[in-house]
Design a binder for this molecule. Structure first.
Ligand code: NI
Length: 259
């Protein structure tokens, strides 16, 4: 059993064949998916998917790209959506200093407000960190965000930073990027951090693992990421599947029994 802990299956790239994509995931043993509702539209789509499919759970939050659109009304909507029993985290939230699609000071303020919401609701957070490592750390410390626990999704930092994250109780989620030939740093991190803190994700439709690189990604391909980590750690695919399943359940506070 595999757990795709971060997917965007509501994306319009799946609008022609979403049902087939989900069936392929199940056939490959990907029997649990967390869909990320990180905009108004994505949050509503995520709620609908979670209602329709028993193996899909969801998050709600506002992506740092759209931080400029955050206001009190949106915060109120998040609070309401998060009451749904299958909404299990606030995310993805954080900072993106690579694209800078919202002013950085706005991104930081919106990140803070959503950490406070997660603390209020006692939910873990899913973090998007692109070239903003220091500010992410500082804000998590200032807002006591480490206490909510959560996940650094699509991890892209250093091995040393991963150790600091793990020490503070968070999880590190690896995407298809760990299968890339030029990902030496990431591979080393996947090799060395404690197994019980590793999650796997697709972040589909983006970031397809080898050998699908450049094509549309989908949850079934999370198996390729699991294979890469198994090889790096000298473990069997079954061992990685079992560990990352248990870790995903712990990180998102879900039952370990599949649906
Ligand atoms: Ni994502």
């Amino acid at each position: 059993m595999f757990f795709d802990t971060h997917a965007h299956v509501d994306d319009e790239q799946f609008s022609e064949d979403r049902e087939a994509v989900l069936q392929r995931a199940l056939q490959q043993g990907v029997t649990r998916i967390v869909n990320i509702g990180c905009s108004r539209e994505a949050a509503l789509n995520t709620l609908a998917l979670a209602d329709r499919y028993n193996f899909i759970y969801g998050t709600v939050g506002l992506h740092p790209h759209d931080a400029k659109d955050f206001d009190a009304a949106f915060l109120e909507d998040l609070r309401r959506w998060a009451r749904h029993p299958k909404i299990i985290a606030i995310g993805e939230i954080g900072l993106d200093y690579y694209y800078d699609l919202s002013p950085r000071e706005v991104q930081r303020e919106v990140f803070r407000q959503q950490i406070r919401l997660a603390r209020e609701l006692d939910l873990p957070i899913t973090i998007h960190d692109r070239e903003a490592h220091q500010d992410i750390f500082d804000i998590l410390t200032e807002e006591k965000g480490w206490e909510t626990r959560g996940i650094f999704h699509c991890y892209s930092g250093s091995e040393e930073m991963a150790r600091e994250i793990v020490k503070r109780g968070f999880y590190i989620s690896f995407s298809g990027a760990v299968t890339f030939k030029n990902a030496a740093k990431l591979k080393k991190t996947a090799q060395s951090i404690p197994l019980e803190r590793i999650l796997i994700e697709t972040d589909c439709p983006y970031l397809s693992p080898v050998p699908y690189r450049g094509k549309r990604n989908e949850p079934a391909y999370v198996v390729k990421t699991a294979e890469a980590i198994a090889e790096l750690r000298g473990l069997s695919l079954e061992e990685i599947a079992k560990a990352t399943w248990a870790n995903g359940c712990r990180a998102y506070r879900l039952d370990t029994q599949p649906e």
